[in-house]
Write a protein that binds this ligand. Structure first.
Ligand code: DX5
Ligand code: ZN
Length: 223
């Protein structure tokens, strides 16, 4: 099976004092998506940004906006986020008792529908909707902050997620988020992931553009 590597730098690690410049740099550096971490201070112990920032990013970059909603009652925001330019909307199963309905609603609005789970949440929570998903995101840290350490057991979870997607003939993108760096990306790629969020690894690098290339190359080497 041929897979394309996607690198999705996280807006959480951008210097907001030079937002336009940083977004242009990511685009030039070959980033595929911009990962947008929306946090409400309730589902996770941190607050980030909402629709206004998504609108601003939409104006500043052509990169698809990959919106990860770490919020309770995510359905409140589907319409406004899609209008603001979200390409994907990924919701947490822990915050979505009616996951099937919510996934269908996101698709109806014209965005890609994603589901994600915290490290402690079983993949069985997504099996029944796997075929309907456009994206499955495996959290490899507990959500809330950038710059955390990759949880090693996540690699096995990616392997099991790949098997569920294959079993259900799902064509969903398989994305990994948290602690992705040179040391961790290849194992996730080998386990079957194709899309990688990278915050700290890209932005703490001396040359972020070279880092995006290096992360991609580590997957290509193992293809
Ligand atoms: C964590 C966020 C991540 C985060 C990743 O709650 O969902 O997207 O920005 O950052 P790094 O790559 O620094 O772990
Ligand atoms: Zn995220």
């Amino acid at each position: 099976m041929s897979r394309t590597v996607r690198i999705a730098p996280s807006l959480l690690s951008v210097d907001f004092g030079k937002l336009a410049e940083d977004l242009a740099m990511l685009e030039e550096g070959g980033a595929d998506w911009l990962h947008v971490d929306v946090m409400d201070g309730v589902f996770v112990p941190n607050i980030t940004f909402g629709v206004k920032v998504i609108e601003t990013c939409r104006k500043l970059t052509r990169l698809p906006l990959d919106c990860h909603l770490m919020v309770v009652e995510p359905e409140k925001y589907f319409d406004s986020f899609v209008k603001a330019g979200a390409a994907t909307i990924t919701i947490h199963v822990e915050a979505s008792p009616h996951l099937h309905r919510q996934v269908m609603r996101i698709k109806e609005l014209g965005a890609m529908a994603g589901a994600t789970l915290n490290p402690a949440t079983s993949l069985e929570t997504v099996r029944e909707v796997a075929a309907d998903l456009d994206l499955l995101l495996i959290m490899s840290v507990n959500p809330g902050f950038g710059g955390q350490k990759f949880i090693p057991a996540s690699v096995q979870k990616v392997t099991r997620a790949r098997a569920i997607l294959d079993d259900t003939r799902s064509r969903a993108v398989l994305e990994v988020d948290g602690g992705i760096a040179r040391e961790t990306i290849a194992a996730c790629w080998r386990a079957g992931a194709d899309t990688f969020v990278a915050g700290n690894a890209v932005f703490s690098a001396k040359d972020p553009k070279a880092e995006i290339r290096a992360l991609r190359a580590l997957c290509a080497e193992q293809a």
